[in-house]
Design a protein around this ligand. Structure first.
Ligand code: 5AD
Ligand code: SF4
Length: 375
């Protein structure tokens, strides 16, 4: 059993060797993989899980990724945009709840009014202090300001820089798949859409974020049509090669109103049952913890679609970040990247209580009021 995982200590572990681990099925061997990953998390990052309050600012998007429920061409989506006040109230909730950070996530848009508004919001969020209310500032608040992560798609380097200068210090931009051919299969590659969905542009954007100084996060979807174990192994090596600070990866969950949703189930990994897909996602997380023991690894919401305790199981396999949703209930149900989004009827308070209870039962402490950066 031991010999299965010593490969991760080698400098030059190969994609084939990693793929062999991802294919493992024996329960005892997998338990060993997960518990070793958990030990590595304890050793390098301590026992804590860190929260980032997720604010889904808008479901408007100029793109048409073939897998995504809020793709621009999906006319069934009721489009919304949170008001500035809503965003700030949700950020204040996250701060008061002790989350330490917020993630501003939304569809990709690039007109100037949008990018300027984000700059303004970043600056305003940075001014919030714990215990402030609409009636006024909290005079006794400790000087904690929220960490800000952005997840707003590809932008020009100038815009990335502007947002960084305004106070955002992390950015999430998934590569979706590091295999160019697969990336091209799951994104439109024809007509006016093509320019918006180029693999090289995505890669360049990730490099731009790194060079500006963002703590940069990326990730992939797991269980895509056409995807192979070798693709996934290469994804893990890709994260290591470019040296990311955070990874958020989760299962691909088909959305009925998307082109890829229909393609699903026809290919190698498409045949996976939900249980197998969850297990594969846990294996990816555990192997990544072995390869990059210091970084932040998210237990993503999509895991929760496959099993109610999917995220908690990810924590036991090496993940250390959870992004509780703090988005206003009135719009939460419209931000559907995939079918079956969990918790759309729970408000931010209920979400927090449930998570706290689950984590307490598992004996996992929460890193309250902390940024939880690894460097
Ligand atoms: N299943 C799982 N994840 C999805 N995303 C988009 N659509 C889906 C889906 N159907 C993920 C993408 C994107 C992130 C915001 O959501 O990886 O980067
Ligand atoms: Fe837009 Fe992101 Fe969905 Fe692509 S994955 S359509 S960029 S929201």
């Amino acid at each position: 059993m031991e010999s299965n995982f010593t490969i991760f200590n080698k400098q030059n572990v190969t994609a084939e060797e990693i793929a062999a681990v991802l294919r493992l099925k024996h329960r005892l061997v997998l338990d060993d993989l997960f518990s070793k990953a958990y030990e590595l998390k304890l050793k390098y990052r301590g026992p804590y899980v860190y929260f980032r309050g997720l604010i889904e600012i808008s479901n408007m998007c100029r793109k048409n990724c073939l897998y995504c429920g809020i793709r621009g061409a999906n006319e069934k989506v009721l489009r919304y945009e949170l008001t500035n006040n809503q965003v700030l109230e949700e950020a204040q909730f996250a701060l008061d709840a002790g989350y330490g950070s917020v993630v501003l996530q939304g569809g990709e848009r690039n007109h100037r009014a949008f990018t300027e508004r984000i700059t303004w919001l970043i600056k305003e969020i940075k001014k919030l202090r714990k215990g402030d209310t609409a009636a006024g500032k909290n005079p006794s608040s400790r000087d904690i300001s929220l960490g800000i992560t952005l997840s707003l798609g590809e932008q020009t380097k100038e815009v990335f820089q502007e947002w960084y200068d305004a106070g955002a210090h992390r950015y999430l931009l998934r590569i979706e798949s590091s295999t160019r051919e697969l990336y091209e299969k799951i994104h439109p590659q024809e007509g006016i859409n093509k320019e918006l969905h180029l693999y090289d542009k995505r890669l360049q954007a990730i490099m731009d974020l790194k060079s500006i100084g963002y703590r940069t996060g990326t990730g992939v979807m797991i269980g895509l049509p056409w995807q192979t174990y070798l693709d996934l192994a290469r994804d893990l090596l890709f994260f290591k090669e470019i040296g990311v600070d955070m990874v958020g990866m989760g299962p691909y969950i088909p959305h009925g109103d998307t082109p890829l949703g229909e393609q699903y189930l026809k290919e190698e990994l498409g045949e996976l049952s939900n249980d197998d897909k969850l297990l594969l996602s846990l294996k990816m997380i555990a192997v990544l913890r072995h390869l990059m023991p210091h970084i932040n690894i998210a237990a993503t919401t999509a895991l929760q679609v496959l099993a109610p305790n999917g995220r908690e199981r990810a924590l036991m396999a090496g993940a250390n970040i959870i992004m509780p949703n703090v988005t206003d209930l009135s719009v939460k149900g419209n931000y559907n990247l995939y079918d079956g989004k969990p918790g759309v009827h729970d408000d931010a308070g209920a979400t927090k209580n449930q998570l706290e209870k689950n984590l307490e039962n598992m004996g996992i402490p929460i890193g309250w009021d902390s940024l939880g950066d690894w460097r």
